[in-house]
Design a protein around this ligand. Structure first.
Ligand SMILES: Nc1nc2c(ncn2[C@@H]2O[C@H](COP(=O)(O)OP(=O)(O)OP(=O)(O)O)[C@@H](O)[C@H]2O)c(=O)[nH]1
Ligand SMILES: [Zn+2]
Length: 347
C-alpha cells in the first residue's frame, strides 16, 4: 500500500532547501530515505516512492536522510539537522548510522517499579548528543495512583523538560503527544524493554501504516527476503521512525551529551579550584559545596560520574577493538602477500 506524500509532509523545510544551488534546483530532486537495504535505498520524492541502487561512492546514509537525486540516481547528501549513530567497532565502518533528521525523541519510561531517573538521564544524554529535542513520555498512567509524584521527580532533574503522562492503550490519552506529531515532523521512540514502546507506536499509528508496504529484495545469495521499512505515518500526520537500532543505542563518544544533560554541574565545575576537579575530595570544589547546601542532589552527581565513566569505557573499548581489527587486517594482508610471493617464486 503506497501513500502519496508532498515534500513538506516528508519534512522538507528551509534548512534543507537553502542548501541547494541554483543549478541543483534546475536539475535534481530532493528525496528522503525511508529504508536502507544492502543493495538499494527506498526513497520518497514529491508524490511517489522509488528504489535507487546503492553505489560504492555513496557516503554512509541513514533512514531519514535527505539526498538529491538526478535521473533516479544519487547526486549528494544534504547536511543533516540531527543524527543518531552507534559508534561501531571495526576497521571499515567506524560509525553505524541509525537515524537522521529527527525532530523529537520520545523518551519512554513507565510509572511503576521500572521508573528510573538515572536511566532517563542516560537517554537524555544520547538525545542531546544527537541534537534532537527530548520529550519525556511516562506510560501506564492508568495503573498509577500518583502520576504527579513521578512527573515531579523528572522535573527535578530539569525544570524545562517536557514531561507527559499517558495511557498508551488509550488513543485519546495519546492526543497529548499531537503537538510533536504534526505533518512534516519526524519523531522516534527510545526506552528500555517493557516500558510500552510498541504499544505507544501502535497507538500513535492508529489505522495508518508504513510509508509504503514491505518490499522484497534479493539478498547476497540471491534469495528473496522481505524487509520492513522504518518510516511510518502517524494518525496525526508526523513521520514515526521505528528502527531496531534506535532501541540499542550505546552510550559511547557521548561526552558533550552527558555534559549538556548535567548542565548545572558542568557550569558549577568552572568555579572549582582545580580545572580537572573530579568533585570528590578536592579542596575548593564548588560542586561538593552545592551538594552540602542542597542545591545539587548527590544522586545527580553520582549519575553524572557514572555516565561519563560508561561513555569513556565504551569509547575506549571500541577504539581497542578497532585497533585489534586493524592489526588483524594487516596480518591477513601480509600473509596474502607472502603466499603470493611464494607462488611467484614457485612459478
Ligand atoms: N495498562 C497499561 N499497560 C501498558 C501501557 N503501555 C504498555 N502497556 C503494557 O505493557 C506491556 C509491555 O508493553 P510493550 O509495548 O510490549 O513494551 P516495549 O517497550 O515495546 O517492550 P520491548 O518490545 O521489550 O521493547 C504490554 O503488556 C502492554 O500492553 C499503558 O500505558 N497502560
Ligand atoms: Zn569540583
Amino acid at each position: 500500500m503506497s501513500i502519496i506524500f508532498s515534500l513538506s509532509e516528508l519534512g522538507w523545510r528551509p534548512f534543507f532547501r537553502q542548501q541547494l544551488t541554483f543549478e541543483e534546483w534546475e536539475s535534481s530532486q530532493p528525496a528522503r530515505i525511508i529504508a536502507v537495504h544492502r543493495s538499494n535505498l527506498d526513497v520518497a520524492i514529491d508524490g511517489q516512492t522509488i528504489v535507487i541502487p546503492v553505489i560504492p561512492s555513496m557516503p554512509s546514509l541513514a533512514v531519514g536522510d535527505w539526498i538529491l537525486i538526478e535521473n533516479n540516481g544519487f547526486q549528494r547528501l544534504l547536511e543533516r539537522q540531527s543524527l543518531f549513530s552507534r559508534k561501531a567497532a571495526g576497521s571499515k565502518v567506524s560509525e553505524q548510522l541509525i537515524a537522521a533528521n529527527l525532530d523529537t525523541a520520545f523518551i519512554v519510561c513507565s510509572m511503576n517499579q521500572d521508573f528510573n531517573l538515572n536511566r532517563i538521564e542516560r537517554y537524555l544524554a544520547l538525545v542531546a548528543e544527537a541534537e534532537v529535542e527530548p520529550v519525556i513520555v511516562l506510560t501506564k498512567q492508568d495503573l498509577c495512583p500518583d502520576a504527579e509524584h513521578f512527573i515531579d521527580q523528572v522535573r527535578s532533574i530539569d525544570s524545562t523538560l517536557q514531561i507527559l503522562g499517558v495511557n498508551s492503550l488509550d488513543s485519546e490519552s495519546l492526543s497529548i503527544l499531537h503537538p510533536w506529531c504534526s505533518p512534516g515532523r519526524t519523531v522516534a521512540l527510545i526506552g528500555s524493554s517493557g516500558v510500552g514502546k510498541s504499544t505507544l507506536v501502535n497507538g500513535l499509528l492508529g489505522q495508518s501504516q508504513q510509508v509504503t508496504g514491505n518490499i522484497r529484495e534479493d539478498d547476497s545469495k540471491g534469495r528473496h527476503t522481505t524487509t520492513g521499512r522504518s518510516l511510518h505515518l502517524t494518525s496525526a500526520g508526523a513521520l514515526l521512525l521505528d528502527t531496531p537500532g534506535m532501541r540499542e543505542v550505546q552510550l559511547a563518544h557521548c561526552e558533550s551529551g552527558v555534559e549538556a544533560t548535567f548542565a548545572e554541574i558542568t557550569e558549577l565545575s568552572e568555579q572549582c579550584q582545580f580545572h580537572d576537579c573530579q568533585h570528590q575530595s578536592e579542596p575548593g570544589c564548588a560542586v561538593k559545596a552545592a551538594i552540602l547546601t542542597g542545591k545539587i542532589d548527590q544522586r545527580r552527581l553520582d549519575s553524572y560520574r557514572k555516565l561519563l565513566r560508561e561513555q569513556a569505557m565504551n569509547s575506549a573499548s571500541l577504539a581497542e577493538k578497532r585497533s585489534q581489527n586493524k592489526a588483524y587486517t594487516r596480518h591477513i594482508k601480509s600473509v596474502a602477500k607472502s603466499s603470493k610471493r611464494l607462488k611467484q617464486n614457485w612459478e
